[in-house]
Ligand binder design. Sequence first.
Ligand code: MN
Length: 419
Amino acid sequence: MTTKERYLAAKEYYATVGIDTDAVIAKLKEIPVSLHCWQGDDVIGFDHDGPLTGGIQTTGNYPGKARTPEELLQDMDKAMSLMPGKKKLNVHACYAIFEDGEFVDRDKLEPKHFAKWVEFAKERNMGIDFNPTFFSHDKVKDGLTLSSPDEETRKFWIEHGKACIRISEYFAKETGVPCVMNIWTGDGFKDVPADRMGPRVRYKESIEAILAEPFDKNLVKPCVESKVFGIGVEAYTTGSAEFSLTFAATHDGCLPLMDNGHYHPTEVVSDKIPALLAFFPEIALHITRPIRWDSDHVVLFDDETKEMAKEIVRCDGLERVYMALDYFDASINRISAWATGFRSWQKALLAAMCTPNAELKKLQDENRMTELMLRQEEAKMYPLGDVWAYYCEECGVPADRDMFAAVDAYEKEVLLNRK
Ligand SMILES: [Mn+2]
């Protein structure tokens, strides 16, 4: 059987449970998912030579890492050719692209330093999301930025945040797509602090100072991202879950951003999505895969990934949740890592949209829990793989079974020649 024939059989099956797979595929193709540029070069960027800091770390030394803007954009293009569905670019401020011999520090960044990203995005009909980079920099003082007790340090990073607001607005105006601008810092302490509130009050005032930069709320969507701990920041993070959520709730136009690698290991973001959607008009997500101490493994098509997508779809939240990927793995082919994570989230969305959610909800509301359990288990064995394979074919990207050959060929032709 061809992919199309298998799809037509699956489509018939799904129709018996009330799901129109043609409509699902048409809709999925239009849902943007933000693709992080930092998987391509292990979160290094172009504006410094130093190591990655701020409580995050890449592990592995797989050959072929992108070393220049040209290489990174080339790799991103290759990775995107392996991903079905609509993409939006996600850029960190440390990925400013300077002219030869030019350099400005982060507090002085301007839209022109991101003109090449805009050109790249516009040629591919993509919007752009943005992130100030509050790490990997010598002005991170004693592990602190926006919450530092040192006024000069705070001022530098506030100016960086304001510059990023201006750049975000430039992205939105150029692409015609709103720019989600996410504020995350690794501020915190390795061991038990004596003052937990002081840094948080300073952090609050610093973010308020950043958001005082004038911007159009329809164009720029500022977010605050929480984190429970980082490497070397085990005892305390300034931007805890409660801090970030409360900040967003009390500041008009500011969205909460949940990274599902940033919580205690038994907490699940899938359950938090409907809780936040009950209050916030819009929320943002970083989609990743936490393992023990690490928050940034490549996203797979696993249970919690599926559950997060299900909650977004069930809550009718596809237009209210800004979805961005955030992971990095330097131990495997980086193009494969990029594409696998994106494809996994696409699979999760597809699975969620191919679930008879209204029927299942009805069973819950009528307290028919025995049948609910059986129906939910049944739904797991629907012929999703046949729909997925057809969706990939429709989007002109490889099927799962052809993925390795595609990344292996690029590795041999391009990556291994980077010496
Ligand atoms: Mn994140």
